[in-house]
Unconditional design. Structure first.
Length: 505
């Protein structure tokens, strides 16, 4: 296990080990949160490839197994690999449309062609990670806050579909029973968060899922009869679907997906670093991206696809306050076991989708709230940071509000911008560069947004004052006449010392 260069003499919050029992409980909570997402991609692609149900089951098991190994690499780390942060890895949704197009193409090579394109494009992505790992200075709180907020908002339609039942073809989709079950699960989360102890509060999502599933079972809304059907143990067979084949067009289209994945993974790594209040420098970011790409290169061997961090689990870190990477590593072990024990996967698959939706509303809303909290630390005085936030969030909401907005654009353009997360991230980075780094041509009155700044003082600032404190010549002094250090935000929204303290306060 390596030590990040960002370590300090004090222990990093992500290095806390809560013990076996807590790791298992919180790790299982992470798995339950992302299980629906990690099985969705192999389900969609397996059906598109015309696989039999048994073969689709193998594809799902392979994705669970590969996701678990990728999570262990990302959280525990090896030399030059892994950011050592609480990030759950799994099959990326970013490539579903592209891989589906490859499957439907006559010269795409079918499923072996998809697996070959993933391997080749991921290798190219691996080679360019040093470029992406040096962009941390372009991700100040202004940019990370926009991205975190967009992640939460982008996931809300997912939660809404889960609440309605998940399967739009089902006659029960959107029924009062489904929405009622989700609402009940949502209420249980709130009650446990308010009335429970610290431990119960942290496990509120998991406990609400268990209680919600039991209620659904008592009402006949879930079926456990199929749990015993199928093998108990099965090891993913390397190259079960045939040796990967490599086709230039398929590889080029997957390269666009890999670029999007690198942007989103960078945003997730920086976002979780912001949430748990730990330092993420360019080297640590590079280690995370290399782990991401290495996992994506190896995943097709077992029959899986591109790997990336799951945004919903970033929300779980925020809502529970559990920062330990060992908790997520335990979740990775559980994923590996689920990949080896299909019966365990079938048990978790029996959790009703509305139950996931009720919990998902809290999870995904917390992600957005975390982003808003980050944006509250940004300075909006005498600059155009407010219009950067407005334009980036608005641009990121377009594919959420109108999913078919980019359907008539070139496929490469649609691949990049159909994701609200990548849309907002790209716009925020470009606008931050244009206005806050390339200042040539900037006027003193860039927009009405800057001119309309309202003079306010935060309560947190006033609460720091003590009896006898006074201002003189623009400086703050305590009752003994010692100057108190004053911090202010620079033009990028980062804290910067206004002046050195003459004495400790």
């Amino acid at each position: 296990m390596t030590t990040s260069p960002s370590t300090s003499p004090t222990k990093r919050p992500e290095d806390e080990n809560l013990g076996l029992g807590a790791n298992l409980a919180y790790g299982l909570q992470h798995v339950l949160t992302m299980y629906g997402g990690i099985v969705a991609v192999p389900l969609i692609l397996g059906q598109a490839a015309g696989l039999a149900p048994a073969e689709i089951g193998i594809l799902i098991a392979a994705s669970l197994f590969a996701g678990g190994l990728a999570t262990l690499l990302q959280t525990l780390g090896l030399p030059f690999f892994g950011c050592q942060l609480p990030l759950v890895q799994g099959v990326s949704f970013a490539g579903v449309a592209t891989m589906g197009a490859i499957l439907s193409s006559q010269d795409g090579g079918g499923l072996p062609g998809v697996l070959g394109a993933v391997m080749a494009a991921s290798f190219i992505g691996f080679l360019i990670t040093p470029v992406f790992s040096r962009i941390t200075k372009f991700f100040p709180p202004l940019v990370t806050g926009i991205v975190i907020t967009t992640i939460g908002l982008t996931l809300m339609p997912v939660a809404a579909r889960w609440v309605m039942g998940g399967n739009s073809a089902s006659p029960e989709f959107g029924s009062v029973a489904n929405i009622g079950l989700a609402a009940l699960t949502f209420a249980i989360v709130l009650v446990l968060s308010k009335l429970g102890s610290a431990t119960i509060s942290r496990l509120s999502i998991l406990l609400a899922m268990v209680i919600g599933t039991l209620i659904a079972w008592s009402l006949g809304m879930t079926d456990f009869s199929k749990v015993t059907e199928g093998p108990i143990f099965a090891f993913p067979t390397p190259f079960h679907f045939g040796m990967p084949t490599f086709h230039i067009a398929a590889i080029l289209s997957m390269c666009i997906v890999i670029m999007v994945t690198l942007v989103e993974t960078s945003a997730d790594i920086l976002a979780v670093g912001e949430i748990i209040d730990t330092k993420v420098d360019s080297k640590r970011l590079g280690n995370g991206l290399r782990a991401d790409m290495a996992s994506s290169i190896l995943a097709p061997i077992f029959g899986s696809f591109t790997q990336s961090a799951f945004a919903q689990n970033v929300g779980l870190v925020a809502v529970t306050g559990v920062k330990s990477r060992y908790v997520v590593a335990t979740g990775g072990v559980i994923l590996v076991i689920l990949g080896l024990l299909p019966i365990m996967g079938r048990i978790i698959a029996a959790v009703p989708t509305p139950v996931l939706g009720g919990a998902g509303i809290v999870l995904f809303g917390t992600v957005a709230a975390s982003g808003i909290r980050t944006l509250s630390t940004v300075s909006y005085k005498n600059n155009v940071n407010l219009i950067i936030v407005a334009a980036s969030l608005g641009f990121g909401m377009i594919p959420i509000a109108a999913p078919t907005f980019y359907h008539n654009f070139p496929s490469w353009f649609e691949t990049i911008f159909h994701s609200g997360i990548s849309s907002a991230a790209i716009m925020a980075i470009l606008l931050n560069l244009l206005f806050n780094h390339l200042k040539t041509g900037n006027s003193d009155q860039q927009s009405v947004f800057a001119a309309a700044y309202e003079r306010t003082i935060q309560y947190s600032d006033i609460s720091c004052l003590r009896d006898g404190d006074y201002f003189k010549d623009g400086k703050l002094f305590d009752a003994d006449g010692n100057e108190v250090p004053v911090m202010e935000l620079d033009e990028h929204g980062n804290e910067a010392p206004r002046r050195k303290a003459l004495a400790e306060h």
